[in-house]
Design a protein around this ligand. Structure first.
Ligand code: 9MR
Length: 541
């Protein structure tokens, strides 16, 4: 007899919730699938269904529905005589540890404090960037110094950037705002901040930094970083001079929206702090109205993250909507523009956040809430349809950009909002398929979250994980993911060898060199944390 090549089964390697619909992908190959329990008993037989060709992976797969598998345990997947894999897990709260770890990662990213062993374990480290008196770079239009400390390092580098802090901090604030009961008690071993729930303690660490970045006239500086990226050193060894760099309408409006939302979330815990946030938001918004077109680009002597954006109507809508919801003052309320097309949120595309808010505050927002709903559902219906084919994920070729995993994540958050608005299960299911994709049901057959899954990134582009000499990367980090740009491929020794496959969804390398596919970033972890947290909170007793 000739031995047939075994098919590959692509599963969510972290597992499936007992009560959720469940599906995995399978390469071509014929025959029914058997699910076998730890005692060797076949507990389920399924005939794979053909699925349509998935462009980004240039591949045909079949889909296997195992929703009927509801008994917690670890199972094998068999086809004929062949065991395709033995790491299929079913459990009640599969995404709780993912939620905790992806949120705890923000603690590991904290500037200006030592990470103590009681919290950080193996990854304890000295404090970095302790000099709180920071020079204003000439690009701020001012001179002198400000006091600025705390906040999260952006990514694999040690920059702190207001624009990217904007979408990140807002996503985490909205996670709390949407599920206060769940997050009031969920803990993941970080230092206490008064009596704040862990999620809010973590968020406050970054809000405190953001507040330092506002000038007296309301304007918000663009970023706090060295002039060039540091080498692969621990935070305390990055001793180049820090500067406060640039200013602009995007940073100021992103700040305004975040601070307005923070007002609502912190009010029950600390009214003084909440009011400070709201006043800061109002001042920022007022500055932006007077200065509606100040774009930031890196000055000649600066090479750190630019987060440049030249179009601000989306940031105006976001900030205005948050201020309107928080104050009830109609002068802040933006008009919903039905011609907007880039409505899946991303750091330069904040319009979708205004839509989320409008659609879920129908009473306050009035007629525009219906417009927002129909815009969201128009896309969400398309997404839910796409999620029923291929790898079960929404991602199309053009979604494979730098940080593609955050595009997937934000599509999932988007679908969850469609679920909140309608209560329709198909949106929940499609959002759940996003987390399946991120945790292993993808053509690379890997989980993109460090420390989670059978195979996950070991060599992320993340300076602390490189310099600490500990084999395991810090857990709970979502890498940027595959994309065909190859911006990091080059001739210098520290740049990557060519890893492009000609296929968007497999152009990826698990290597320190790859800042374009294997870096981590605060704005990429946030949507994953949101989906994982929401899926658990929605199902909590
Ligand atoms: O996430 C950013 C991505 O959208 C851009 O295409 C890319 C190049 O400008 O930069 C990414 O952001 C990086 C930032 O500039 C600096 N810190 C690391 C970020 C993730 O790679």
């Amino acid at each position: 007899a000739t031995a047939a090549t075994a098919a590959t089964a692509y599963i969510n390697q972290v597992g499936y919730r007992t009560s959720d619909p469940k599906e995995f992908a399978l390469t071509e190959g014929s025959g029914d699938i058997e699910i076998v329990d730890a005692a060797g008993q076949t507990v389920l037989k399924v005939t794979p269904k053909a699925a349509s060709y998935w462009n980004p992976g240039a591949v045909n797969v079949q889909l296997v529905d195992i929703s009927e598998l509801k008994t917690p345990g670890t199972y094998s997947i068999k086809q004929g005589d062949q065991v395709l894999r033995s790491d299929l897990k079913i459990a009640d709260k599969v995404f709780e540890d993912v939620t905790k770890a992806s949120l705890k990662w923000y603690y590991y990213q904290r500037a200006s404090m030592a990470l103590e062993e009681t919290y950080a374990g193996l990854w304890k480290r000295d404090a970095g960037h302790m000099n709180a008196t920071v020079d204003l770079h000439k690009s701020t239009g001012a001179s002198g110094t400000i006091q600025s400390s705390k906040g999260w390092y952006d990514a694999g580098d040690y920059g702190r950037y207001i624009v990217n802090s904007g979408i990140t901090t807002f996503t985490l604030l909205s996670l709390y705002e949407h599920f206060p009961d769940y997050f009031k008690t969920l803990k993941w071993n970080i230092p206490a901040e008064g009596t704040l729930p862990d999620l809010l303690a973590e968020i406050k660490y970054n809000l405190d930094w953001m507040l330092t970045m506002q000038a007296a006239d309301g304007m918000v500086y663009h970023k706090l970083s060295t002039l060039q990226f540091p080498g692969d050193v621990m935070p305390n060894k990055d001793t180049e001079k820090l500067y406060v760099i640039g200013k602009g309408t995007a940073a100021t409006l992103d700040f305004a929206g975040v601070m307005a939302a923070a007002y609502r979330v912190f009010k029950p815990f600390d009214a003084t702090y909440a009011t400070q946030c709201l006043e800061a938001a109002k001042k920022a918004y007022a500055w932006a109205l007077q200065n509606p077109k100040v774009a930031f680009y890196n000055p000649m002597d600066v090479a750190t993250g630019s987060y440049s954006d030249g179009e601000f109507s989306d940031e105006f809508a976001f900030a205005g909507m948050e201020l309107f919801i928080s104050t009830g003052d109609a002068s802040y309320k933006p008009t919903i523009d039905e011609n907007k097309t880039s409505i899946v949120p991303a750091w330069p595309e904040m319009y979708g956040l205004a839509l989320y808010e409008a659609a879920t505050h129908a009473t306050e927002v009035g007629a525009d809430a219906e417009k927002a709903k129909s815009m969201l559902l128009g896309y969400a219906n398309e997404f839910a349809y796409q999620a029923s084919s291929g790898f079960g994920v929404v991602m199309a070729n053009e979604d494979f950009v730098w940080g593609s995993n955050a595009v997937a994540g934000n599509q999932g958050v988007f679908l969850l909002h469609a679920y909140y608005i309608t209560g329709e299960q198909k949106y929940y299911e499609a959002a759940k398929k996003v987390i399946d994709y991120l945790l292993g049901k993808n053509p690379l057959d890997m989980s993109f979250l460090t420390g989670f899954g059978t195979k996950s990134p070991m060599l992320p582009h993340h300076r602390p994980s490189t310099a600490d000499k500990i084999t395991e990367p810090i857990p709970g980090m979502l890498v940027g993911g595959p994309q065909p740009g190859g911006e990091d491929i080059g001739t210098k020794s520290w740049e990557c060898k060519d890893y492009k496959t000609g296929v968007p969804a497999t152009s990826y390398i698990d290597n320190r060199c790859s800042y374009a596919t294997n870096e981590v970033a605060i704005n990429w972890n946030a949507p994953l944390a949101y989906i994982a947290g929401a899926l658990e909170a929605l199902n909590a007793g």
